[in-house]
Write a protein that binds this ligand. Structure first.
Ligand code: S3P
Ligand code: PEP
Length: 418
C-alpha cells in the first residue's frame, strides 16, 4: 500500500544540506564505470534512481563498493558483449536513456526494463537511429529487447523531446573506433543538462566539440575515460522546494549548493526574484528547466498577478503528465489554474484550502504539494507520498526535522484529518 501523509499548516525552520545532485551523480557513476582504474565518487545518496544507475554500472562490468555516502568504482573500462542480460532501470529516465547507447557500444543481446511510467516515456529518437544503424529492437510492455553494436558515424535527432538522448550518445560515442557527429534537428531544450554531461566527461579526460548552439557535436572516437575522484555537489532542483517554502513564510537555510554550478535549475533563484515583482502577468519559460515546474507552480499560486509557465510541453513526458498533475492537484487546493498544450496559467494570491491530493506517483509533485501544505488553511493529505524516494529518500524525515507537522495516515482517508 502506498504511503499517505497528512500535513498540518505551519512554517519550516532550520538548516538543511541540499541533497547531492541526482543528475551529477548519474553522470559521475557512469563516467567512473567507463574509466579504466579506480574512481571514488563522494556524496552519493542512494535514491531509487541512483540505485538503478549503480546497479547498471555493475552490469557494465565495474565493481562498486558503497560506504558512508562514497562509492568506490573499480573498472576495466570495458566488458564483453552482452548475451541476454537484463538491465533494470526502475523508473529512472536518465538511467534508461543514458545507458542504452553505452550498452550498445559493447554490443550483443540484452534487455532494458523499467516500471511505472518509464517504458512508456519516449524512446522514438533512439528507435529511428536503430532503424538507420541496423540495431534490432522490440518494446513489449516494460521490456525493451536490443541486439546489435553501435558503430561510429552520424547521428541525428530532435532537441526538444529529451536532452537525455544527447547525453546518452555523448557518453558512448567517444568509446567507438572512429569519429562521430551528432546533428540536432530542432533547437535544444534542457541545455544545462548537456553542459553537465560535457563538464563531467571533461573531468574524466574525454573531449567533445559542441558547435552551433548545441545543434552539432563532433565526438572523436578511440578515447579513454580516465579514473577520477568526484564530490557530487548539492542539487538545486531539490533546494528549490525549500527556497519556495521560504517565499511562503518558512525560514530554511539551505547549504551545500555551489554558486558556480552548471545546473540549469540554479535558475530557481532568479525565478523567485522575478515572481516577487509586482507585475500583472509574469511569463516564465521553463524549456531549459522542466523539473522546477511543480514547485514553481506552487510559488506562482501565491505570487502577485498571473503567471504563465510556457515552453512546458515535455512536462507531459515525465514521471507523470506534470501539466495535468499540477493543474488537477492545485485545483483541489483551490487555485485558479488552467492547463494548455504546453503551458500553465496560474492566478496568484491564491488561498490553499484543506484537501486530499495525489502525487500521481511523481516525487516532484509530492514534494511541491508538501510545500503548498505548509501555507494551507487546514490539513493537506498527500496520497502516494512515498514517491519521493525516486530522488530524495529522506525528504519526509528532513521535512519533520524542520518542524513540518506530518503524520502518516492509515486508511480510510477520513482518519487522516485530525
Ligand atoms: O539529464 C538529466 O539529468 C535530466 C534531464 C532532464 O530531462 P529532459 O532532457 O528529458 O527534459 C530532466 O528533466 C531530468 O530530471 C534529468
Ligand atoms: C524527470 C526526472 O527524472 P528522469 O527523467 O531521470 O526519470 C526527474 O527527476 O524529475
Amino acid at each position: 500500500m502506498s504511503k499517505t501523509i497528512a500535513i498540518s499548516p505551519g512554517c519550516l525552520s532550520g538548516t538543511v544540506i541540499a541533497p547531492p545532485s541526482k543528475s551529477a551523480a548519474h553522470r559521475a557513476l557512469i563516467c567512473a564505470a567507463l574509466a579504466k582504474g579506480t574512481s571514488v565518487i563522494s556524496n552519493i545518496a542512494l535514491s531509487d534512481d541512483i540505485s538503478a544507475t549503480l546497479a547498471a554500472v555493475r552490469m557494465l562490468g565495474a565493481e562498486a563498493t558503497v560506504s558512508d555516502g562514497n562509492v568506490t568504482i573499480c573498472s576495466a573500462g570495458k566488458r564483453s558483449p552482452f548475451c541476454g542480460e537484463n538491465i533494470f532501470c526502475n523508473e529512472s529516465g536518465s538511467t534508461l536513456r543514458f545507458l542504452i547507447p553505452i550498452l550498445l557500444s559493447f554490443g550483443g543481446r540484452f534487455t532494458v526494463s523499467g516500471r511505472g511510467r518509464l517504458m512508456q516515456r519516449p524512446l522514438d529518437d533512439y528507435f529511428q537511429i536503430f532503424d538507420q544503424k541496423g540495431i534490432q529492437y522490440e518494446l513489449r510492455g516494460d521490456k525493451l529487447q536490443l541486439e546489435g553494436t553501435l558503430l561510429h558515424g552520424r547521428f541525428s535527432l530532435a532537441g526538444n523531446v529529451s536532452s537525455q538522448y544527447i547525453t546518452g550518445l555523448l557518453f558512448a560515442l567517444p568509446l567507438l573506433s572512429g569519429d562521430s557527429e551528432i546533428v540536432v534537428t530542432t533547437p535544444v531544450e534542457s541545455v544545462g543538462y548537456i553542459d553537465m554531461t560535457l563538464e563531467m566527461m571533461r573531468r574524466f579526460g574525454v573531449r567533445v566539440q559542441a558547435q552551433k548552439n548545441y545543434r552539432h557535436f563532433y565526438v572523436p572516437g578511440n578515447q579513454t575515460y580516465q579514473p577520477q575522484n568526484v564530490t557530487v555537489e548539492g542539487d538545486y532542483s531539490q533546494a528549490a522546494f525549500y527556497l519556495v517554502a521560504n517565499e511562503l513564510g518558512s525560514k530554511v537555510c539551505v547549504t551545500g549548493l555551489s554558486e558556480s554550478s552548471s545546473q540549469g535549475d540554479k535558475e530557481i533563484v532568479n525565478m523567485i526574484e522575478r515572481l516577487k515583482k509586482d507585475e500583472p502577468v509574469h511569463i516564465v519559460d521553463v524549456s531549459q528547466v522542466p523539473d522546477l515546474v511543480p514547485v514553481l507552480s506552487v510559488l506562482a499560486a501565491k505570487a502577485k498577478g498571473i503567471t504563465r509557465i510556457v515552453g512546458a510541453s515535455r512536462l507531459r513526458l515525465k514521471e507523470s503528465d506534470r501539466l495535468r498533475a499540477v493543474c488537477t492537484e492545485l485545483k483541489k487546493l483551490g487555485v485558479l489554474i488552467k492547463e494548455e498544450n504546453d503551458a500553465l496559467e496560474i492566478c496568484g494570491a491564491s488561498r490553499f484550502f484543506s484537501a486530499v491530493v495525489d502525487s500521481h506517483n511523481d516525487h516532484r509533485m509530492a514534494m511541491a504539494l508538501a510545500i503548498a501544505a505548509t501555507a494551507a488553511e487546514g490539513d493537506v493529505v498527500i496520497c502516494g507520498a512515498d514517491s519521493v524516494k525516486k530522488s530524495y529518500g529522506n525528504f519526509w524525515e528532513k521535512f519533520a526535522e524542520l518542524g513540518g507537522a506530518i503524520h502518516e495516515c492509515q486508511q480510510p482517508m477520513e482518519t487522516c484529518f485530525k
